[in-house]
Design a protein around this ligand. Structure first.
Ligand code: SAM
Length: 215
């Protein structure tokens, strides 16, 4: 079966799980197999996380869909992703913010940052910038952000990430030590911050100054 057919089948299953059309359309435009190492490409359109090496994973498509749906990404937005991994989630978000928006994505593992940069360039994304750094405290240089998507689990919500969110902004972040929950953080126009728990999740840890220690 050709990748477009497999992708359409996967996206249709996500539609039955309640994912919005805007996110589904974006996912249809991103060839997930081109964000994977050759040994797992054949499984690209199965709804599961897959190894991308270095003890890390590309998130399952339903998790990418849920986070993008919660973030309600729109044309022209300035977005921060913490945890680039393969670059796939950054590509889906880049589709949603369009050519007038930008995705800044930070990764702490050098070979993965390179892998993601190459994947994104090969598929043709020019509105994504991948940076090699500890993103647990965000990226001040390109802040403030309309949206922040953290794709690894933090012990607590890092204060610098809250500070780098624009008034009216949204952040999706998995939080937890043994049991993780997905939080949606909303910053009102007056700066008041609200947190909503959206359900249990399983992510690799956020390692760094505002995350877990690396031992
Ligand atoms: N979004 C990715 C994708 O589409 O393939 C999946 C991300 S993977 C589940 C989590 C990533 O977060 C890993 O690549 C890991 O190295 C990275 N990570 C963990 N702590 C980090 C930190 N402090 N700063 C930046 N990246 C971090």
């Amino acid at each position: 079966m050709e990748f477009r057919e497999k992708s359409a089948k996967l996206v249709n299953n996500l539609r039955f799980q309640g994912v919005g059309e805007k996110v589904l359309d974006a996912m249809l435009r991103v060839p997930r197999h081109l964000f994977l190492p050759p040994n797992v490409r054949g499984d690209a359109y199965i709804d599961t996380p897959l190894s991308i090496g270095y003890g890390q994973t590309i998130s399952a498509p339903h998790m990418v869909a849920i986070m993008c749906d919660l973030l309600d990404l729109r044309e022209g937005q300035n977005v921060l992703e913490v945890g680039t991994g393969s670059g796939y989630n950054a590509a889906v978000m880049a589709e949603l913010v369009g050519s007038t928006g930008h995705v800044y994505s930070v990764e702490r593992i050098a070979p993965l940052a390179e892998f993601a940069k190459n994947n994104l360039a090969d598929v043709g994304y020019i509105n994504v910038t991948v940076m090699l750094e500890d993103g647990s405290g965000g990226d001040l240089l390109h802040s403030p952000y309309d949206r922040i998507c953290v794709t690894c689990a933090a012990p607590d919500i890092p204060q610098p990430l809250i500070e780098q969110l624009k008034p009216g902004g949204l952040m999706a972040i998995p939080v937890g030590v043994t049991f993780q929950q997905l939080y949606l953080v909303k910053k009102d126009m007056d700066g008041t911050v609200h947190e909503e728990i959206k359900g249990g999740v399983v992510f690799v840890p956020l390692i760094g100054r505002y995350g877990f220690s690396d031992d």
